[in-house]
Design a protein around this ligand. Structure first.
Ligand SMILES: CC(C)(COP(=O)(O)OP(=O)(O)OC[C@H]1O[C@@H](n2cnc3c(N)ncnc32)[C@H](O)[C@@H]1OP(=O)(O)O)[C@@H](O)C(=O)NCCC(=O)NCCS
Length: 161
């Protein structure tokens, strides 16, 4: 049975394997972030700081002591300028390919939304590839609506290769 719980500080290095899969996902990611050792260290520091400061959390989905999915979020996203209201941010949501379509993504998201609500988060943002229907459907089912569009102009061919 898959259980969902907050990650513990000494488990963050185990999560890097899933993060590397996430940033390289062939359909869910634009693969812009490179899986370099330096990036892995930077990401781990970022996650550590978020958890230690209490500004964010990671929930992991676990089956037989193996991480099969996770969600990473900030309760209120830090911004350099003052805003009228703050929003939480879902940074990553990932379920390993062979574990998909079993309700794990939905459970991770529902649990994260509940925890953010309890912390007083008033709105929640996330970024998703416009071409990635599975994630868009999941987000829409839980009430997310598109309210901003990022547009990219590639000035050089093969930039994405
Ligand atoms: C998006 C993702 C997290 C979904 O995880 P999952 O565990 O497979 O999702 P669930 O089984 O909980 O599905 C929940 C709903 O999402 C939608 N969905 C999920 N996969 C789908 C697919 N392949 N096609 C169509 N809809 C899909 C469905 O509406 C589904 O509800 P249903 O099962 O009642 O039809 C997973 O596909 C993933 O990790 N993708 C790669 C990483 C990524 O892109 N993450 C999102 C970044 S913003």
């Amino acid at each position: 049975m898959v259980i969902i719980r907050p990650i513990e500080a000494n488990e963050i290095s185990l999560l890097t394997k899933l993060w590397i899969e996430f940033i390289q996902d062939p359909v869910g990611s634009d693969r812009r972030i490179l899986p370099t050792e330096e990036n892995v260290r930077t990401w781990m520091n970022f996650v550590n700081n978020l958890i230690e400061s209490g500004e964010g959390e990671v929930l992991v989905a676990i089956e037989d002591n193996e991480f099969v999915g996770y969600i990473l979020y900030e309760f209120i996203r830090r911004k350099p300028l003052k805003t009228r209201y703050g929003c939480g941010l879902i940074h990553d949501l990932y379920v390993r390919p062979s574990w998909r379509r079993r309700g794990i993504g939905r459970r991770l998201l529902e649990e994260a939304l509940e925890r953010m609500k309890t912390k007083g988060t008033k709105c929640i943002e996330l970024y998703v590839l416009s071409t990635y229907t599975p994630a868009i459907k999941l987000y829409e089912k839980l009430g997310f609506k598109e309210d901003l569009r990022r547009m990219t102009l590639f000035l050089k061919e093969n930039t994405r290769d």
